[in-house]
Design a protein around this ligand. Structure first.
Ligand code: AMO
Length: 445
């Protein structure tokens, strides 16, 4: 009987290691991205998992003769000699002089769109999304989601380094966590249950166990409107921390996480950053402004007439982004002390002014990417607040176990991964930063 022992055999070389193989014969696997015929030779551009590799076919390199069946999107193993040279900027680059191309598979049909240009030119977003499994093969499209990987990875790495425990909360729940009407109802063996709007109730409960917790997972919002910043399913990056001194501890932790993420992108995702011309923000300090002061500022400095004194509309957020940039040269601004009426039942009111809360939003280049704040930790205060919000505390018995049996002062936040990616890459629509978006008109692919 054959046995498997976990040995990972890499017979082929990766492009990033070509420098160690100069003038040596290597094999590399990938897709044929493009074939460019020149006089007397051809360029065969190979697309590997993360980069494109220039291979050159010429009859004088070997006895191998180009197989006419080879076309774009064929999967191949190319064997050849690594040759280094210097580009016009003096940077060393490597190509492969082809000695053999082994066909691993041939596509059944030609692609419905051209993916081997620098970017997907003149293709409508709806078509790009309809064809996601193949449109993402375009290097620039693919790079968006490597950047997104970097953001989530940075968030996770930073929090693990700061003694957070990664949790997994259920997505099928007995109650919506955030209130409001945007909750998906589900028939669960004859009972009505809900898809998780956020991991809020669970992450708070788990503060009572692990003190500091985080989760990166999908959440569901039944948004009935079709906007450029709302999805019906998005990835929420949440954390919750116990024994805080006050809610600035949470804002500091987020600022630290964002600094770590941006640094990780600059170092380990440099190729994707360059390909996408991503403007990675420099974060030293993030300014903060109280909600009512921000309203005042919008009315006086920007002569803006607010339609709602309890929340910001997108134009107000954009103006606050402009303000942060011009006054503080910051791409971010924290807005604190939101009105109690607009924040969920778990938010702690400001003891100095209970009309407002110990909560905040973080705006990035004029878009809300985070909500967070300190939570009510006292059992009686939480029950009272639930009743005030028209809720029945008896329906939240398991959630209230935290408060009933002892909860430290705590707080946390939720950061929308797609929204952060969207504004980092300068997109107008959050769907561009979502692999397989779910919105009111789209559940496929
Ligand atoms: P909130 O509901 O404000 O807070 O959501 C937190 C962040 O999630 C993102 N977000 C969305 N992204 C895409 N599509 C949507 N429909 C959408 N809705 C929200 C935003 C937003 O800032 N439990 C609290 C967080 C907390 O206090 O810990 C919550 O979920 O970036």
């Amino acid at each position: 009987m054959e046995k498997i022992n976990g040995t990972i055999i890499n017979t082929d070389v990766e492009f990033k290691d070509f420098k160690d193989y100069n003038e040596k014969i290597v094999s590399i696997k990938g897709y044929i991205h493009r074939i460019r015929e020149m006089t007397g030779f051809s360029f065969v551009i190979l697309r590997t998992a993360r980069e494109t590799v220039q291979c050159v076919y010429a009859p004088e390199f070997s006895d191998y003769r180009f197989d006419e069946r080879l076309k774009e999107e064929a999967c191949v193993r190319v064997t050849g000699k690594v040759v280094g040279s210097f580009d016009k900027n003096g940077k060393e680059r490597f190509e492969l002089q082809i000695h053999n191309i082994e066909i691993l598979s041939l596509p059944a049909e030609q692609l419905p769109i051209v993916i081997n240009k620098k970017q997907l030119d003149n293709i409508q977003l709806s078509t790009v999304l309809d064809l996601r499994p193949v449109s993402m093969r375009n290097p620039k499209e693919r790079a968006i989601f490597k950047i997104q990987e970097g953001i989530a990875r940075g968030f996770r790495e930073f929090l693990l380094k700061n003694n957070f425990t990664e949790i997994r909360s259920p997505k099928i729940n007995y109650a919506g966590a955030e209130g409001g009407t945007n909750v998906f109802k589900l028939d669960y063996f004859g009972k009505q249950v809900y898809l998780a709007q956020s991991p809020q109730l669970y992450k708070q409960s788990l503060v009572g166990v692990f003190e500091r917790v985080f989760e990166i997972a999908p959440v569901f919002r039944a948004e009935h409107h079709d906007t450029s910043r709302h999805l019906n399913e998005y990835t929420s990056m949440d954390f919750e921390m116990g024994f805080i001194n006050d809610f600035t501890d949470i804002m500091n932790m987020e600022t630290g996480a964002l600094k770590y993420i941006m640094n990780l992108l600059k170092t380990e995702y440099a190729e994707e950053v360059e390909l996408l011309h991503a403007d990675i923000p420099e974060i030293t300090e993030i300014p903060t402004i109280k909600f009512m002061d921000a309203k005042e500022l919008l009315m006086t400095k920007y002569k803006y007439k607010p339609s709602d004194m309890k929340d910001f509309d997108p134009e107000e957020e954009a103006l606050l982004g402009k303000y942060a940039k011009s006054e503080f040269n910051s791409d971010f601004i924290f807005v604190t002390h939101y009105p109690s009426k607009k924040r969920p039942f778990y938010t702690m009111d400001d003891p100095n002014d209970p009309e407002y809360t110990l909560s905040f939003d973080l705006l990035f280049r004029g878009l809300e990417i985070t909500s967070g704040g300190q939570r009510v930790h006292d059992y009686h205060a939480q029950v009272e607040k639930m009743i005030k919000c028209g809720m029945n505390p008896e329906e939240f018995e398991t959630y209230l176990m935290l408060h009933k049996y002892g909860a430290p002062p705590h707080g946390g936040l939720g950061l929308g991964l797609e929204r952060l990616t969207m504004h980092l890459l300068g997109f107008k629509n959050v769907r561009e930063a979502t692999m397989f978006p779910r919105d009111i008109n789209r559940v496929s692919p």
